[in-house]
Design a protein around this ligand. Structure first.
Ligand code: UDP
Length: 235
């Protein structure tokens, strides 16, 4: 049983059935799933993406300065973090937004110790703004924060059931791995997360579970040890 987890949620999934922005139904489903495991006493840190609003790289393709584009992306993650904290609070779950970059009073500035203090008090620490640096992703941000807050595992919530031999949305013959080592991810060239994030997890022995967060009830199943996703581990 895990005592403390880092949950990574993708911004894109927050769109739900919409083309852009935040789908309130998806947001409240996420909040319910998260509260369900918080009620079991699990300490939860959350890193959320911003791809439903803005991505630096696609901005750069349209003529934006890359660093400014990435800063826009980091602000997008903060918008999502505020939305999630609000959805959690509305169902009676305390949550606090901590930001990688100082933007008080939108959130308090992140530090490892503040995050741990809040989680130990039963609040969910939503860690916004990724790493605070351009040229990184929120996957890398969640690997970094997972290590910093001494999480037992990083749960990467996606819209697919785990890691497959090929993209299951494109290749119907793709099969799912129940577990896989970090090295196999490199060797097979699997696109699970960017390599910076995978390497950070491997070098610091943070296991990852990739699972489908868009099916309500899955988060609690993963926490109960049900084998519904893919575990990434070191041999
Ligand atoms: N970003 C960044 N540094 C970080 C994390 C994120 O610059 O440490 C920016 C980057 O532009 C990225 C955007 O924020 O494209 C949104 O994050 P991401 O693409 O990881 O979101 P997701 O794909 O999970 O929705």
């Amino acid at each position: 049983m895990y005592k403390r987890i880092l949950l990574k949620l993708s911004g894109e999934s927050l769109m739900g059935s919409k083309q852009y922005g935040i789908d309130e139904v998806r947001l409240s489903e996420y909040a319910q799933q998260i509260k369900e495991i918080a009620d079991k006493g699990i300490q939860i840190g959350i890193v959320i993406g911003g791809g439903n609003i803005f991505r630096g790289l696609s901005g750069a393709g349209k003529g934006f300065d890359r660093v400014k584009g990435d800063q826009m992306g980091m602000l997008a993650t903060t918008i999502n973090a505020l939305g999630l904290s609000s959805a959690l609070q509305s169902i009676g779950q305390k949550a606090r937004v901590l930001t990688a970059i100082n933007m008080f009073p939108i959130g308090e500035q992140y530090s490892k110790w503040r995050a741990i203090e809040l989680m130990e008090q039963g609040e969910i620490a939503i860690l916004a703004g990724g790493t605070g640096c351009p040229y990184f992703t929120t996957d890398t941000g969640s690997a970094l924060r997972g290590i910093e807050i001494e999480a037992d595992v990083m749960l990467k919530g996606t819209r697919v059931d785990g890691i497959y031999t090929a993209d299951p949305e494109k290749d119907p013959t793709a099969t799912k791995f129940d577990k896989i080592t970090y090295d196999e991810i490199y060797q097979k060239g699997l696109k699970v997360m960017d390599l910076t994030a995978t390497t950070l997890c491997r070098d610091n022995k943070l296991p990852i579970i990739v699972f489908n967060m868009d099916k309500p009830g899955n988060l609690v199943k993963v926490m109960n040890g049900e084998n519904i996703g893919t575990l990434v581990y070191e041999k």
